[in-house]
Write a protein that binds this ligand. Structure first.
Ligand SMILES: [Zn+2]
Length: 61
């Protein structure tokens, strides 16, 4: 039992730290679609997604 508790504690701490990073604007951006043509802006855009908090963003080129 004690082994499980010891294993669980650091991961919970890590999760809280990652959430803090997100709330401070330091997201873990991962590319979803690269150089996709956006018809609304008429530009190539890359879509990003943060798996930690679920936020999305697009960047025009
Ligand atoms: Zn995030």
């Amino acid at each position: 039992m004690s082994n499980i508790l010891q294993f669980k504690k650091p991961s919970l701490k890590k999760k809280a730290k990652e959430k803090t990073l997100c709330s401070n604007g330091f997201h873990k951006w991962e590319v979803v679609t690269e150089n996709q043509f956006d018809t609304r802006s008429g530009k190539l855009v890359t879509a990003y997604y943060c798996p930690r908090c679920g936020k999305k963003k697009t960047k025009a080129h």
